[in-house]
Design a binder for this molecule. Structure first.
Ligand SMILES: [Zn+2]
Length: 280
């Protein structure tokens, strides 16, 4: 997938700005936006002082189409400047330019990492930002602290004309999706795919193929997508997280996840193979 395709990541900010930059400003993981009825606009400024706002944790992100991008956090309790508001990322998806959305997804994770990694986990002294890579280093013991990323597999299992969908207890009413789960230490991605499907619905699979990946900033996952075909076994729900699962055909689909997600891209890929589309 090409999220943020025109974006070049960077660590060291320019000495000064000669053009306006994009500012991704968060408060409790909500993004500061200009309030408009349909589309959303972000601060695009030479100088953050143009906004009536106190910020901290300013991190340079890189360049989008040659415009510098910064992430920072508004000081707790700050009220948004006139005409602006803080909104959750899920709520801004579809109304914010797609490239900017995926940089916001990156920015929220970097600000969160900066906030939650102030001190060394080994010796407790304040950490220093590195300038050669996105990491912090302990000046006392040299331990490196990288932004947290939790890899998770997500897999669409097909059986002829049918696909396997399941419902988590936490989903919206009526919503079904493909199976997903976190990768365990020491496990390959393919092993995680086989284990998750077996654990969650008791089915064996084969022909595991890589599909694509997607950052998922809620709060810091990397979703790695696969397709697989059914091999054997009957559906049995062994995982208390899953309340229902079944085989569905294209013309009898339940409610499925929105277009933001790789889950939906996997399902849309299966539908396309069957010559079908799902209107949202
Ligand atoms: Zn240390």
């Amino acid at each position: 997938m090409d999220e943020g395709g025109k974006f070049i990541s960077g660590i060291v900010p320019p000495k000064e700005l000669s053009d306006p930059a994009w500012w991704f400003i968060f408060q409790e993981n909500k993004l500061l936006i200009y309030q408009k009825t349909e589309s959303i606009i972000l601060p695009f400024l030479m100088d953050l002082n143009e906004l009536d706002l106190s910020v901290l944790r300013q991190n340079y992100l890189g360049k989008l189409n040659n415009h510098h991008c910064y992430a920072c956090e508004a000081v707790d309790g700050t009220t948004p400047p006139a005409g602006m508001t803080f909104e959750g990322l899920r709520q801004v998806y579809g109304r914010l330019d797609e490239d900017l959305f995926w940089i916001a997804a990156r920015a929220v994770q970097i600000v969160d990492w900066d906030r939650t990694h102030e001190f060394c986990g080994r010796c407790g002294v304040p950490l220093k930002l590195k300038t050669t890579e996105r990491a912090k280093e302990c000046p006392q013991c040299n331990l490196l602290h990288f932004p947290r990323l939790a890899p998770a597999i997500i897999v669409l299992v097909e059986r002829g004309q049918e696909l396997l969908l399941a419902r988590s207890r936490h989903f919206l009413p009526g919503m079904y999706s493909v199976l997903a789960g976190f990768v365990e230490p020491g496990e390959s991605l393919e092993e995680a795919v086989v284990r998750e499907v077996k654990e969650e619905v008791g089915v064996d699979i084969k022909n595991i193929k890589y599909f694509g990946s997607q950052p998922w900033p809620f709060p810091h996952s990397l979703m790695i997508g696969f397709t697989a075909t059914y091999a054997s076994g009957e559906i049995s729900l062994n995982d208390s997280e899953i309340e229902d699962a079944g085989w569905f055909t294209v013309n009898k689909l339940p409610r499925i996840p929105g277009k933001i997600s790789i889950a939906r891209k996997l399902i849309d890929g299966f539908l396309a193979k069957q010559g079908s589309i799902f209107e949202d």
